[in-house]
Design a protein around this ligand. Structure first.
Ligand SMILES: [Zn+2]
Length: 184
């Protein structure tokens, strides 16, 4: 991951003006800077993030809808996104990718995937291989940063009045950052 791929949120001042006083800025303050929790009656934003077990957000109750899917890929979750906006009342989406994501180059883990299903799930190797081959293209993201940026573009087009922020979670220090759209 290149250094200018993301804008490090190392102080609250690093939050760009366009996200300050918005649920995106609040999310960064809660998670990175341990801001005291406010009480919410209703969700403020939708968070899309990877299913990866190494990530946990520090956010108050009632603050956010969260959709977790491999690679923070929301292409198969569109109805849930629409629900969070239409019924849940949110106007902001934080799409959070992370480094060392398992959905990058899944092809390299094909044998591992097959062997694991055979051993732990009781599948036949042929069935596990067919399962992998059927879905790998749908879930492969190739590059964490580029994928989140392209997915954010898609979501902005689909939901033009919603603010969508591309973000990055670094698993070494468990911090949130903003992806640098200018560098893309
Ligand atoms: Zn991941």
């Amino acid at each position: 991951m290149a250094k200018d791929d993301f804008i490090k949120m190392s102080t609250p001042k690093a939050i760009p003006a366009c996200y300050q006083q918005t649920p995106i800025g609040e999310l960064i303050l809660y998670h990175n800077f341990r801001k005291r929790f406010q009480v919410y009656q209703q969700a403020q934003l939708l968070i899309g993030m990877c299913m990866d077990y190494r990530k946990q957000l520090r956010i108050p109750g009632n603050f956010a809808f969260i959709i977790r899917a491999g690679g923070a890929n929301l292409r198969m979750s569109e109805f849930k996104v629409s629900y969070a906006i239409g019924v849940g009342g949110v106007s902001h989406i934080a799409l959070i990718g992370h480094n060392h994501c398992g959905m990058v180059n899944i092809a390299s883990r094909k044998q591992w995937f097959i062997d694991g299903l055979v051993e732990r799930a009781g599948w036949k190797p042929e069935a596990a291989r067919a399962h992998f081959d059927e879905f790998v293209q749908m879930f492969e993201i190739e590059n964490e940063v580029q994928f989140i940026l392209s997915e954010v573009k898609r979501l902005r087009k689909r939901y033009p009045k919603v603010t969508v922020a591309p973000m990055l979670y670094t698993v070494e220090d468990n911090k949130l950052h903003l992806l640098n759209e200018a560098a893309a």
